[in-house]
Every structure is written in structure tokens, then in C-alpha cells.
Design a protein around this ligand. Sequence first.
Ligand SMILES: NC(=O)c1ccc[n+]([C@@H]2O[C@H](COP(=O)([O-])OP(=O)(O)OC[C@H]3O[C@@H](n4cnc5c(N)ncnc54)[C@H](O)[C@@H]3O)[C@@H](O)[C@H]2O)c1
Length: 285
Amino acid sequence: MSADQIMTVAVLGAGTMGNGIAHVFARAGYKVILRDVEQRFLDRGLDTISKNLDREIKKGKLAESEKGAVLARLEPATDMAAVAQADFVVEAVPEKIEIKRAVLGEADAILRPEVILASNTSSIAMTTLAALTKRPDRFVGMHFMNPVPMMVLVEVIRALQTSDATFSATMELAKKLGKTPVAVNDAPGFVSNRVLMPLINEAAYCVMEGVATPESVDAVMKLGMNHPMGPLELADFIGLDVCVDIMHVLHEGLGDPKYRACPLLKKYVAAGWLGRKSARGFYSY
Ligand SMILES: NC(=O)c1ccc[n+]([C@@H]2O[C@H](COP(=O)([O-])OP(=O)(O)OC[C@H]3O[C@@H](n4cnc5c(N)ncnc54)[C@H](O)[C@@H]3O)[C@@H](O)[C@H]2O)c1
């Protein structure tokens, strides 16, 4: 299916990424079916979208009169059957292969054959996910960045099985959202996490080895390299558990010891110091 034929999009999962993805599609004029397993997760997702739209209104990026129309394009659903009408689907359910397998299987069974199924996974191989479906050539990675409404990049990841038509339709669709798609082949961590996570990991080693405090490491990267956020501040934002999990994916997938997770990161995770979400990581919140 070409990007011009896509009118209705389904987003599976209304969490951090799912509500952001639904937001940008609805903002770009698409009808969006937002599916989660329980009404309370949908309510939370819609509430976040409403607050983020208010923020855009405050910044003058969206007319106040438009907000109602954007929200009206969102159709929450707990029943997977609602997803059958979609022309394009983005999966943003938790990063667990068993959950992805179940959700992709359910969607695959009810979608029209020509519909493209995209995954927002940050670390599972697209080639593996494509192989779980009966439409591997119509499977693609669409890796949005958090927070989705603000971040311009979408890594469009080609699984081994992805057809040229699927790939170009997805690149085109990302542009219609006002995003900048970047073409990447399937490999552990893609480009974003392949480059970012070793940077964060090395920053953690600097702290562990007493090279500098977290504040100093972050100051060097912000003031010296013009990064808007220091790597350790960013790690706290992402979640230290997520960082360790992604390092394991790189380590396992690429087999190079340079990707081993920093012991200090692992220790923090063991202590329950996961970053912002647990009010303590490299910093206290
Ligand atoms: N958080 C990030 O910064 C980030 C960035 C890029 C990619 N990702 C990827 O995006 C995906 C989602 O991550 P997240 O941070 O939004 O997770 P999250 O936990 O915030 O949200 C996941 C949502 O999926 C729902 N869900 C669970 N089972 C479901 C099912 N069967 N059908 C529909 N919904 C279901 C959950 O109830 C939850 O609301 C993951 O694959 C993750 O790797 C996350």
C-alpha cells in the first residue's frame, strides 16, 4: 500500500511511545485507532495527548480551535477487532518478545493483506519480528524517539525481508508526519542505540573509575560537545535498566566485549536506582 492510500492508522500500545505516535498521526490528519489492553491505559494515554496538545497551543504551534479536531480523530479501543480497519499499523507494546509475538500475531490475522505492520522496538531484531508474521515483506521498523511529538527523527529500519515498496511507503509516511526519516538496515541497536548506549556506558565508567563526578561528565559533554543534555542525565531519563538491557543486546548481538554493560550501571539497577522513574539514578529527583 502506498503512503497516499493510508488514511487510518492503528497504534498498538498507549504507553510512553504509543500515545506520542498516536498524537503525531492524529495531528497530521490521520484517523487513529489507539489500542491498549485496558481502558485505564487508554485514558492515561489520551490524557497525556491532551496535555501535550495544550503545550503545543501554549507554544503557538497549534491553534486552540484545532485541538478538538485532533482529539476527535483518536478512537480508543480495547478490542483488537477495531484494528482491522487500519491501513497501517505501528506496534508500541512492551519490549518483551512474548508480548510482541502475541500482539503481532493477533494483528496479522485480522489486517487486510496489503497493510504494512511496523514496529517501534528499540532493540529486538526487525528480521526476527518480521519472521513472526505472515507478511514479512510488509513488515518494517519505525523507530520513533521519545518524546515523539518533539523529536524529528524516525529511524526506518529495513528487516531482511522488507520489500522496497514497504520501505519507501514507510519513509514517505514518516515525512507526511513532518518527521525526518533516516534509512537504516536491521542490526543490533540500529544506529541510534548502537552509538548512544556505548556513549552512556563510557560515561558511567568515568564515574565508576573516579575520573569525574556525574555533574562533571555531563558538563564536559554539554559545554564541550554542545550536547543539549549530558549522557548521565539522559541515562536517568531513559531508565538505567533500559540502558543495561540495550547494552546486553549489543553485547550479545555483536559479540564484542567493548559492549559489556558498565558494572556501576548494573549495580544501580540492582539497587533499584533506575533514574527519574524511581527518583534516583546518577542524580536524585
Ligand atoms: N520509551 C522510550 O524511550 C522508547 C523509545 C523508542 C522505542 N521504544 C520502544 O517502544 C515500545 C513501547 O515502549 P514504551 O516505553 O512506550 O512502553 P510502555 O510500557 O510505556 O507502554 C507499553 C503499552 O503497551 C500496552 N500493552 C501491553 N500489552 C498490550 C497488548 N497486547 N496490546 C496493546 N497494548 C498492550 C501496555 O498496557 C502499555 O500501555 C517498546 O518496544 C520500546 O522498546 C521506547
